[in-house]
Design a protein around this ligand. Sequence first.
Ligand SMILES: [Zn+2]
Length: 120
Amino acid sequence: MPASSSPPILPVPCVRLAGDRIYSCAVCRTHTSFHDDVISKAFQGRHGRAYLFNDVALPNVVLGEKEDRLLMSGLHTVRDLRCVKCQTTLGWKYEIAWERSQKYKEGKFILEKALVVCEW
Ligand SMILES: [Zn+2]
């Protein structure tokens, strides 16, 4: 197998979510998640209000590297979420919550209100 030094050109595997109420990237309108997956709208992101989601449309939203981040609610291991199309960082995923009281966030996703739009 020949080794290639140039990065592969990735196709953009966007899926269109089917549903009445959908959140999408505010920049390019790629679908990111269902309104039904919102757990809480009372979260704080880097740009103000943020939403906690049970799930996001992972072909459309890609995960970055794991990193430890000290948030207002304590230390968390998180991965940034980027829009696959325009590469905007839309929020993050909670991998590990180190405070016992924050464990319910593990495996959940934050999307910043300022970076997504709700369509219905
Ligand atoms: Zn986008």
